[in-house]
Design a protein. Sequence first.
Length: 94
Amino acid sequence: MNFLTAAIVETGEMTNRVQSHRGQEVEVSANTIGARVGDPCVIGMRPEHIRFGEKDLIQEGGVALSVVEQLGNECLMHFNTPQSAEPVVIRTEG
C-alpha cells in the first residue's frame, strides 16, 4: 500500500476531493465527518490502482525510478516522489 500526503479540497457525505502538493486532485470515498477544506490527510493507494499518465514526470523531475522487481507475470516498479517519504510502488503486467 502506498501512503501519500494531501489536503482536502472538497467534502461530501461519502466522497471527498483531495489534492497533492503538486496539484493533482483525486476523488476518494471516505467518511470524513468533521473534516474541513484545507485539512491535511493521508490517502492509501494500492499499487495495482496507479497508472502512468500522459506527462513524463520522470523527465520533469517529479519522480525517480529506484527499483524494478520482475515477478514473472507482473512487475513492481518503485519510485521516489516528493509526495511520500517512502517509495511509491506501481504494479504493472509483464
